[in-house]
Write a new protein. Structure first.
Length: 524
């Protein structure tokens, strides 16, 4: 079968690329190895409870809304309200001025560090201003020079001047947030509280901008999976093809052929790889390539990927309860970041890799009593996402893939899951949710291995490559984002390969669009 373009990977980046290619009239095939598209954007239903299996909400960042308008997608979104809690104190983040409430919260729990908290708050305020500049316009790649000429002249051009001035200041804050904050305080518990729900070595400008980014989150009625359904329907309406359950195992760039796990072959003029990057370089048929420079460039790229790790993964507990949504609304917003102890998770001790089971179990009990929880309650945004008078909860913590893999190899993976579930429930029942345990109607969990199995991401990573990689295996400079779509393989581009703020949905959309634009220009 012959196609103008084949897109491999049915996550958001691949879906966006396929949508813009099919819109342009290209004969497009999207291949996704899983039974359904979406990757880390999906919703599923069990016994009337709808849960989000990947991201809990969608950040606009000047990307999501313009893209929806550009494609004409009718996705109904509601504001995603966020709360932050520490022990028995909770604040709701509704406006930028709530930074003062956050400062007061920290002051209450760390009175000995009030001057330090004031200095940190000043830095957060500065970074929030920088982020307002960075994401303060509709991204130009979704604008039409003719239809949006006035907006381009009145908004985009002045913004470009501001951005040129601001970008170096953002880059100057590219160091890990923990290192950055140690200039202002040595209080480890305070440092933990501010940073422990971010990925390891997250850049300071990303982590400290979150009070601003929280205001930019929205939620699709019906669940995050509605976004994927709209994109898939758009592709089909424009004569694009989607083949799920189709894993591409071999790429022959010399003859422009790909082969799936069943031995079926498909011919392409251009290929966009929006799946795991390691899988691309495993699939390339090096024997078919006759150009020595190309062989050298591909081997060099393969070497660059050796030993590189994915970003943090998550452990997620899903609960279906007979508690009315009002039980939770009286406590916090639909999206809740909760830390049960002011001590900070450093008190749990270092990650217990290579330690015996008893030591790991002790660490897990300490960790779940101290870490920060991201709690999402879909029915607080859309009452139809749970049975009448009931609520589903999605409770997540950042969790290490390698520790999970070691536990599986030691043979106590199922017991590990049960222990984690019990530790989470003990912590939340003993703090923010009294009576929760008795209200549970269904309960199950997902680990980093689950994320790896269903999304296909290296190490079950939820936002791409780890910030600890040196050098970074993906472009990580926003002014150089065009570089993010290139590969050394002739006729092959990539999408969704990124490490930056925001490293999730907005960048997946951007790189998918950029890859499609490049291919459309080459084939026009």
């Amino acid at each position: 079968m012959n196609y103008d373009v084949i897109v491999v990977g049915g996550g958001v980046a691949g879906l966006i690329a396929a949508a813009y290619l099919s819109k342009a009239g290209k004969k497009t095939l999207l291949c996704e190895k899983e039974p359904a598209c979406g990757g880390l954007v999906n919703s599923f239903t069990r016994d009337g409870f709808t849960y989000d299996g990947g991201i809990r909400a969608m950040e606009n960042s000047g990307v999501l809304f313009p893209m929806l308008k550009h494609l004409g997608l009718d996705l109904e979104l509601v504001k995603n309200h966020i709360s932050i809690g520490l022990e028995d104190k909770i604040i709701r983040v509704e406006r930028e001025e709530d930074l003062g409430e956050y400062q007061a919260l920290l002051n209450e729990f760390y009175p000995e560090s009030q001057a330090e908290i004031g200095a940190i708050t000043a830095q957060i305020k500065l970074i929030m201003h920088y982020m307002k500049v960075q994401y303060g316009i509709k991204n130009p790649i979704f604008l039409d020079m003719k239809q949006d000429r006035e907006y381009m002249l009145k908004k985009v051009l002045p913004w470009m001047v501001q951005y040129i001035r601001t970008a170096p200041k953002i880059s100057a804050m590219n160091e890990p947030v923990m290192d950055f904050l140690r200039r202002y305080t040595q209080n480890q518990s305070l440092l933990d509280l501010i940073t422990q729900h971010f990925f390891q070595c997250t850049p300071a400008f990303f982590a400290l901008s979150y009070l601003k980014l929280y205001l930019d989150y929205h939620y699709p009625l019906g669940g995050t999976g509605q976004f994927v359904e709209k994109l898939a329907a758009f592709i089909a309406a424009h004569q694009g093809s989607i083949r799920t359950g189709t894993e591409i195992r071999r790429v022959d760039p010399q003859n422009r052929l790909v082969t799936d796990a069943e031995g079926n072959t498909y011919r392409y003029r251009r290929l966009i790889w929006a799946a795991d990057l390691n899988a691309l370089y495993r699939a390339i048929d090096m024997q078919s390539i006759t150009e020595p420079k190309v062989v050298h460039a591909i081997k060099q790229r393969q070497a660059e990927l050796q030993g590189k790790t994915g970003n943090d993964s998550v452990y997620t507990l899903y609960l279906g309860t007979n508690l009315d949504p009002q039980y939770f609304a009286d406590r916090h917003s639909a999206h809740f970041f909760y830390t049960p102890s002011r001590l900070g998770q450093s008190q749990a001790g270092p990650l217990p890799l290579h330690l015996p089971r008893q030591a790991i179990e002790g660490w897990l009990r300490r960790f779940f009593a101290l870490t920060t929880y991201e709690i999402s309650i879909p029915a607080l945004r859309d009452r139809s996402l749970a049975p009448e008078g009931k609520s589903g909860l999605v409770i997540s913590v950042l969790f290490d893939y390698h520790l999970t893999r070691a536990i599986q190899e030691e043979g106590w993976y199922e017991e590990f899951k049960t222990l984690c579930e019990e530790c989470i429930l003990d912590t939340l029942v003993g703090s923010i949710y009294p009576g929760l345990r008795q209200a549970i109607e269904q309960r199950f969990s997902a680990t980093p291995l689950t994320m790896e199995r269903h999304a296909g991401n290296t190490h079950g990573a939820i936002t791409g490559w780890a910030f600890t990689n040196q050098p970074m295996p993906a472009e990580s400079r926003l002014p150089k984002i065009m570089n993010a779509i290139h590969t050394p393989v002739p006729g092959v581009y990539q999408a969704g390969q990124w490490t930056y703020s925001p490293s999730g949905l907005p960048i997946s959309i951007l790189t998918g669009k950029l890859a499609a634009d490049r291919v459309n220009r080459e084939m026009s």
